[in-house]
Ligand binder design. Structure first.
Ligand SMILES: C[S@@+](CC[C@H](N)C(=O)[O-])C[C@H]1O[C@@H](n2cnc3c(N)ncnc32)[C@H](O)[C@@H]1O
Length: 180
């Protein structure tokens, strides 16, 4: 799906944040990091490589895939009918989750470093509120930078889980969750 992501990058560079889709190796590392989830909410599903890895590694686990761009959301729903694709901003979907039971994992490809500042701040705030409400919950996020994707607020802590060299560019997979 490289062409779709390239077209999205031309239309909305700040919110797309990547020209090349995530590699199979990165998508698999993201899905492995979500092992044990009873509900997965994928934020910024894009062209779907991580969606596919999540469905392959955790068949039967409910998956909500969130994407802001209408053409990508339509394509995702066509490719992955078993996923619940939402055409919406990530923060709105996270806020609307309420208090779901069990082990909920947010799996994000959102490009926090390039998002417009108000969107970035609102999205981080809603993710952090959601995680702070239950220590079982976690965010899995990749970044191309050597440091954590964004500053953790009090009560949450980042942990680097993996480095994936077989990706353009190489990426780190991080987890954010409450420390008790
Ligand atoms: C780095 S790209 C997708 C990466 C994906 N793993 C792939 O290879 O296609 C990030 C995606 O997040 C989406 N996005 C950006 N801001 C968003 C927001 N606030 N809510 C939902 N999706 C958003 C973009 O439209 C884009 O498709």
């Amino acid at each position: 799906m490289p062409v779709q992501l390239l077209l999205s990058m031309l239309r909305a560079p700040a919110s797309t944040g990547a020209v090349v889709p995530s590699s199979r190796a990165l998508a698999n590392a993201m899905a492995r990091a979500a092992t044990g989830a009873e509900l997965i909410v994928e934020l910024g599903a894009g062209t779907g490589p991580v969606t596919r890895a999540l469905l392959e590694q955790m068949p039967g686990v409910p998956l909500i895939a969130v994407e802001l761009q209408p053409d990508l959301a339509r394509m995702l729903q066509g490719r992955f009918p078993e996923a619940d694709v939402r055409l919406a901003p990530a923060d709105q979907v996270v806020d609307a989750l309420g208090e779901p039971d069990g082990n909920v994992v947010l799996v994000s490809s959102l490009p926090f470093r390039s998002l417009p500042r108000p969107v970035r701040n609102e999205t981080i705030a809603s993710i952090c509120r959601f995680l702070l409400a239950d220590p079982q919950r976690r965010l899995v996020q990749f970044t191309y930078q050597p440091r954590a994707p964004f500053r953790a607020p009090p009560g949450l802590r980042w942990r680097r889980l993996a480095s994936v060299w077989a990706n353009t560019p190489p990426a780190g997979v991080w987890e954010l969750r409450a420390h008790v």
